[in-house]
Write a protein that binds this ligand. Structure first.
Ligand code: FES
Length: 158
């Protein structure tokens, strides 16, 4: 029996990538089908992943947590070299881009919150005048509450 410790190979099995990242094998296969990660094949047809794939999967996980769609992850990955780990400069560029995206989303959430506050105590839930239900409604800019009440006909008045 040899005293030598096994030398880690440069290539990882899908199970090793799953264990190191905490991501399910099925998700890794999905990311590969989406072109976000890539593998080579052994002569027996098994997938093998370069070690830097772990970093890519981590970036995907960050994106998922922030609600960044995979299509956008693909866009930033398209600018990364396939043969090395994304470096500090890469990550700075990606995180600045995503920070901008979060800022846009934060402003959108604040706008929706303001609109919802206007609904509190109203209760009209009107497709015509409620800005939450109908954000493009011009009458909604006049304030909360219904704007177009049906005309009461003389014979309907009590
Ligand atoms: S419920 Fe939204 S404006 Fe009345």
């Amino acid at each position: 029996m040899s005293d030598e410790k096994p030398v880690p190979t440069d290539l990882l099995t899908v199970g090793e990538v799953a264990r190191r990242t905490g991501v399910a094998v099925s998700a890794l296969h999905f990311y590969e089908r989406q072109g976000l990660i890539s593998s080579t094949r052994t002569p027996g047809g098994q997938r093998r992943y370069a070690r830097h794939v772990i970093r890519r999967v981590s970036v995907i996980q960050v994106a998922k947590r922030m609600g960044i769609p995979l299509a956008e992850v693909g866009e930033v990955f398209a600018d990364l070299p396939q043969d090395r780990m994304p470096g500090k400069t890469d990550w700075r560029r990606i995180s600045e881009r995503w920070r901008g995206r979060l800022e846009v989303r934060r402003r959108e959430l604040e706008r929706m919150e303001r609109e919802l506050v206007e609904c509190i105590g109203c209760g009209c839930v009107s497709l015509r005048s409620c800005r939450v239900l109908n954000p493009d409604d011009e009458l909604g800019t006049d304030g909360s509450g219904p704007r177009l009440l049906p005309e009461i006909q003389p014979d309907e008045q009590g």
